[in-house]
Design a binder for this molecule. Structure first.
Ligand SMILES: NC(=O)c1ccc[n+]([C@@H]2O[C@H](COP(=O)([O-])OP(=O)(O)OC[C@H]3O[C@@H](n4cnc5c(N)ncnc54)[C@H](O)[C@@H]3O)[C@@H](O)[C@H]2O)c1
Length: 284
């Protein structure tokens, strides 16, 4: 199977490319960034242009769509312009990739949504219930999150109108071994993790989720939480709940260091079993 990985030169894109190549997939890395590497495995395209998306996906069997721009710099002089640019770039690119896949008759698209569709950083309202899961209302609070929520709406459209299968993976903050060494600083400021409920997911487990979503027996549009089963905090989850002010409805009891995001649906539908935790790495 030949798979196009958009955003293929980015952090997650490179890990997904390696994961797929290691499991017998042929990959085409699609990115707007200048490509030092050249050859059939690389295609340069600005996915904000539909024709470039259509060219980039020619001949592939499936797509992992990761290309996006992140939350704009908060120090920008005109934040409303930067926020608008983030929304427009991500929503447009996602539409173009889905449409290009439809043009080529590509039936499976796995793509990066985000935990932020459910409310992080929770500046306007707190969670409706915990742990966060697919039953939680979609309540974006930033234009980045809004672009991902729009993507989920677009996915439902293409599933309905073009009979495609689109799997949205709502990644938590993606971390790897090098990030874990900074955790003692993070613990020194317990409030730092509050914005996303002290959640994370390891880069290798993100790549694994993308590979599994390419072949999982699914139809239509599906959105799945992809977070590590534990928190990033060195404090028990009960203390983190206290720090949130209490009063948030718990849908079930939680383990001592259990995450406040629940990936049970990804486990069930993808067979995803996260393999890595910062707790397995020496960080002090
Ligand atoms: N890193 C995280 O913690 C995290 C968490 C949740 C969701 N995500 C999502 O995962 C995806 C990948 O994230 P990442 O951390 O690898 O980001 P990244 O910035 O490292 O990589 C993104 C890549 O997309 C490319 N790109 C951007 N705009 C493009 C365009 N118009 N056309 C073609 N290529 C374009 C960039 O050049 C870059 O190589 C993104 O969709 C992001 O929103 C990331």
């Amino acid at each position: 199977m030949q798979v196009a990985v958009t955003g293929g030169l980015g952090r997650i894109g490179r890990a997904v490319g390696a994961e797929l190549a290691g499991h017998g997939f042929e990959t085409v890395l699609v990115d707007v960034a200048p490509m030092r590497e050249q050859g059939p495995g690389y295609r340069r395209a600005d996915l904000r242009e539909l024709w470039q998306a259509v060219d980039a996906l020619d001949g592939v069997d499936a797509v992992v769509h990761l290309a996006a721009t992140g939350v704009p710099d908060s120090h920008t002089v005109h934040p409303e312009l930067a926020e608008g640019a983030t929304y427009t770039a991500n929503a447009t690119s996602t539409y173009n990739v889905f449409q290009a896949a439809a043009v080529h008759g590509i039936e499976r698209v796995v793509w990066a949504s985000s935990e932020t569709v459910l409310g992080p950083p929770f500046r306007i309202g707190g969670p409706a219930h915990l742990p966060l899961d697919e039953a939680h209302p979609v309540r974006p609070e930033t234009t980045y999150a809004l672009s991902k929520a729009t993507g989920e709406g677009l996915a439902r459209y293409f599933a309905h109108c073009r009979a495609m299968t689109l799997v949205a993976l709502r990644f938590s903050v993606v971390m790897d071994r090098t990030d874990y060494t900074a955790l003692p600083e993070y613990w020194a400021e317990p409030e730092r993790g509050r914005w996303n409920l002290w959640s994370y997911v390891d880069l290798d487990d993100v790549a694994l989720s993308c590979r599994l979503a390419l072949t999982a027996e699914l139809v239509g549009a599906t959105a799945l939480t992809v977070a590590a089963p534990d928190t990033l905090s060195d404090r028990p989850t009960a203390e983190l709940l206290d720090a949130l002010g209490g009063g948030v409805k718990l849908t079930r009891p939680l383990g001592t260091f259990e995450s406040l995001q629940c990936s049970a649906k990804a486990r069930e539908l993808l067979g995803w079993r996260p393999t890595r935790s910062w707790r397995d790495v020496s960080v002090s």
